[in-house]
Ligand binder design. Structure first.
Ligand code: EPZ
Length: 419
């Protein structure tokens, strides 16, 4: 079993380059199934979720080649068959549910196992299904899988009852080749939604309004191949920004879109860190006297739920009381038990974590309970005294490219070991 071992106490300094966005690429790779011809996708991060998607497309008959050195994925899905994707791979990740949208869009039929991914309590897909049904599909769902089929898919109006990233993306994917106009209202506005729309449009789709509350998709006959580069990962960038502030460091985070970072930058500044924005880089400088703050996670442009554990790790050593309220998921505080093992004083009341800042954390053996919870305990390890051993790091590997090497490059005493 691989583990991460961190010896805390060093201030991070130097430069780190952010990789391509996980939550964009996990939508864009399945979207290649809708395209006739070769898609060349650049800035693809070397993460476990990408490897699983490559294996899924390969098993379905795609011609797929991922060059890790150049971060470029070439994929031609012309020979993909209308078959069930391998369930054991689909269950390894959440975003495999985008296969339902693309297979329905291309073949008018999809039979896909229910997805896996991080455990945040209930993760329903009712809004995805409502969208598919509005386009004319019959959808049946059991404990194992989802089956959707349609004679024809026709554009329609869909209003989402909850702002859902996954439903927004899945309905877009099913609608790009449908006949007529689909209007999706109350959609998610995350940067990865805009990135998917840009990818689809670059391949010949007609998607308007991504990044606003309403997306309008006019169906086209076919999509053809082309080259597209994935945006930088907003959450990876935020993770380094918080780590810089938490260790009292001075780090230039390179290859970011500063606009995507506004909610995180604003909170770090409120805490007392210096945040300097450049065209495609952000410098974060931590200060000795940081202040406690309150945070509520919200859909974009609010403070991202995927930055909640990293922020709580930082707040755990800031004097005073901070309150962090989870506004997206029912349950996303599993990692807090791990922080408490390291000496953090945190009480969870429903969806709010009340954090009383302690003077220091102490290294311990802790689990990566999920992807971002894992990032949270790595940051805790960087600020703790002594040695922190992080187990179950497969969760971290799903979504961060070379996290340990990147922290090492910033001067952290951190390594992976295999035992
Ligand atoms: C995406 O998950 C991300 N995953 C998550 O990031 C992220 O936390 C989340 O969006 C919110 O930003 C990917 O993009 C692969 P949702 P998703 O549908 O699409 C409820 C990470 O760490 N809901 O926006 O699954 C749902 O229960 C991961 O990178 C319904 O009720 O999230 C939740 O409360 C973890 N019915 C809320 O909406 C539905 O049909 C938002 O979920 C769908 C969702």
């Amino acid at each position: 079993m691989e583990k991460i071992i961190v010896r805390g106490g060093r201030s991070l300094s130097g430069e780190v380059t952010v990789s391509g966005a996980k939550n964009a690429v996990v939508a864009i790779i399945p979207a290649a199934i809708l395209v006739k011809g070769t898609c060349v996708i650049e800035n693809v991060p070397d993460i476990e979720d990408v490897r699983v998607l490559v294996d899924i497309l390969d098993a379905m008959g795609a011609d797929v080649c991922y060059d890790r050195l150049t971060s470029t994925l070439k994929v031609d899905c012309s020979n993909v068959k209308a078959e069930t994707p391998p369930a054991h791979l689909v269950r390894k990740m959440r975003a495999s549910y985008y296969l339902i949208g693309v297979l329905l869009g291309r073949f008018k039929r999809a039979d896909v196992a229910l997805p896996g991914g991080c455990n945040f309590g209930s993760r329903p897909i009712d809004q995805h299904i409502r969208g598919f049904e509005a386009l004319g599909a019959d959808v049946t769902c059991n404990e194992e899988s989802v089956t959707a089929q349609a004679e024809n898919l026709s554009g329609n109006s869909v209003y989402l009852d909850v702002v859902s990233v996954g439903a927004t993306i899945n309905i877009m994917l099913a609608a790009v080749l449908a006949k007529g106009v689909t209007t999706i209202e109350n959609v998610a506005k995350e940067p990865h939604i805009v990135d998917l729309a840009n990818f689809l449009n670059a391949m010949g789709a007609n998607v308007k309004g991504a990044g606003t509350d309403v997306i309008k998709i006019t169906g086209v006959e076919t999509l053809s191949g082309g080259t597209y580069s994935i945006i930088p990962d907003q959450i990876e960038a935020g993770t380094f920004m918080v780590a810089a502030a938490a260790t009292g460091g001075n780090v230039l985070v390179k290859n970011v879109i500063p606009k995507h970072m506004e909610a995180v930058s604003a909170k770090l500044m409120e805490m007392g860190a210096d945040v300097l924005e450049y065209d495609t880089d952000i410098r974060v400088i931590g200060n000795k006297d940081m202040r406690s703050v309150n945070i509520k996670t919200l859909p974009y442009p609010g403070f991202p739920t995927d930055m909640q554990p990293q922020a709580v790790a930082l707040l755990s050593v800031i004097e005073g009381e901070s309150r962090v309220t989870e506004g997206v998921w029912d349950s996303r505080f599993q990692y807090i038990e791990e922080l408490k093992k390291m000496g953090a004083d945190i009480e969870v009341n429903g969806r709010t974590a009340v954090i009383k800042g302690v003077s220091h954390l102490v290294g311990q053996t802790v689990r990566a309970t999920d992807l971002r919870g894992g990032a949270g305990v790595v940051i805790a390890g960087l600020i703790a005294s002594g040695e922190t051993v992080i187990t179950e790091i497969k969760h971290i590997d799903r979504g961060y490219e070379r996290l340990v090497d990147k922290f090492k490059g910033l001067g952290a005493d951190i390594k992976r070991v295999c035992e």
